[in-house]
Ligand binder design. Structure first.
Ligand code: CA
Length: 409
């Protein structure tokens, strides 16, 4: 399992196979589109803001350049693949979640270290079951004892008939969310990455394992990774599902260096529905101001880009940064959380930092309903804990402070 997780730890997008996303010109007739589609395997992807075409298998001579020259096409992109931004670093030897409560032992006693200051924040709110946080990732172990009580539950599907779209939302058996890799209701997470992110956001506050940033939450699991990353088309489907099915926050611990107008459009749609989009800044040790990583670097009102810090309060060595393009930092080194098969593991990456912030956004929304994504972002930056160790690394010049931001509401 460890090998698999390390295997999927990649930094950049690659063009996979010969799949393309195509937007036809508005002036093009249906018959002209049918003519284009003839003898080609295509899938029409409908979205609430207009559809597009996924060209699945093209003839050998068809290239991006040729498609770009086709007068029927407004714009076309390869169906880029994106990858998770976290990996396993050790076995769970330390049952300590420093990101939530970082006590440094010193010769003179103990002192508070760098953390997200959420234990104090819990005096103000521990979340709400009315807040839905979607995890767009590798899935979630829906049977994990530390997660199952906090999962989003589509009750019509849970009490419905197997094989039937009981709630009529276009997806069959989507009890906990949906698996866009296998086109079925979400069941599991072979890689553990999504389960890890889910645990950071909302592992149950019970007598076992760990505690999530939110005690009360509904976590929706949307799977779009397989062993070779996830396609843009599936990420878009997952984002649209989250928005249409009531998510307030989407946590995104994945990315790549390919800019996709199609992906950007789906995040814009999320913004139009007041959905906050928290994204990992990337693990390439680099400056996103100069080399943007997506989706974290889309300049949209609802995108919050999160870098990773270690328990010393410094930027994690691997973490991307950006004075303009990264908004703030959160714990991402050696984070203990839930993984598949009911287990726990420590993982590192901006993948682990993003769900800390997604959880805090969830706490903010449970305390003050109706905050807009711009307000959420501004409040997070304004109320972050400034730190000389993180100076010039992000817009906030510091790391997230749950107590401070909740107190400001
Ligand atoms: Ca359904």
């Amino acid at each position: 399992m460890k090998c698999l997780l390390i295997f999927i730890f990649c930094f950049s997008t690659t063009i996979y196979g010969a799949e393309f996303l195509i937007k036809f010109k508005k002036s093009i007739s249906k018959s002209a589109i049918m003519d284009f589609n003839k003898n080609r395997e295509v899938e029409n992807i409908t979205t609430p803001y207009g559809g597009f075409t996924l060209l699945k298998s093209a003839d050998k001579i068809l290239s991006l350049e040729l498609l770009q020259q086709d007068s029927r096409i407004a714009y076309v992109e390869p169906n880029y693949r994106y990858y998770p931004l976290g990996r396993v670093v050790s076995d769970p030897l330390f049952k300590k979640q420093w990101g939530l409560h970082n006590i440094k032992r010193t010769f003179f006693g103990s002192k508070q270290g760098a953390d997200i200051n959420v234990v104090k924040g819990w005096e103000l709110t521990k979340g709400s079951e009315d807040v839905v946080v979607a995890v767009v990732d590798s899935g979630i172990d829906t049977t994990h004892p530390d997660l199952r009580d906090n999962l989003w539950l589509n009750s019509l599907e849970a009490n419905g008939i197997e094989g039937v779209d009981d709630d009529g939302n276009g997806f069959v058996d989507d009890v906990f969310g949906y698996d866009f890799v296998n086109n079925r209701g979400l069941e599991n997470d072979e890689y553990g990455h999504g389960t890890h992110c889910a645990g950071v956001i909302g592992a149950s506050h019970n007598d076992i394992g760990i505690a999530g940033v939110m005690k009360h939450v509904r976590i929706m699991g949307l799977k779009f990774f397989s062993s070779n990353g996830g396609a843009t088309s599936d990420a878009i489907r997952a984002i649209n599902y989250a928005v249409k099915n009531g998510a307030h926050v989407i946590s995104n611990s994945w990315g790549g260096y390919s800019h996709s107008r199609f992906l950007e459009d789906s995040i814009k749609y999320a913004a139009s529905k007041n959905v906050v989009f928290v994204a990992a800044a990337g693990n390439s040790y680099s400056d996103n101001d100069f080399q943007p990583l997506y989706p974290a670097s889309y300049k949209l009102e609802n995108v919050i880009s999160v870098g990773s810090m270690s328990s010393s309060g410094k930027k994690s060595s691997f973490s991307n940064y950006g004075k303009k393009s990264v908004h703030l930092f959160a714990p991402g080194s050696n984070i203990l959380s839930t993984v598949q098969l009911g287990q726990y593991l420590k993982m590192s990456g901006t993948s682990m930092a993003a769900p800390h912030v997604a959880g805090i956004v969830g706490l903010m929304l449970s305390l003050k309903e109706g905050l807009t994504p711009s307000e959420v972002k501004e409040l997070l930056i304004k109320n972050s804990k400034k730190s000389s160790k993180l100076k010039k690394r992000s817009q906030s010049a510091g790391h997230v402070d749950a107590y401070k931001v909740l107190l400001s509401l």
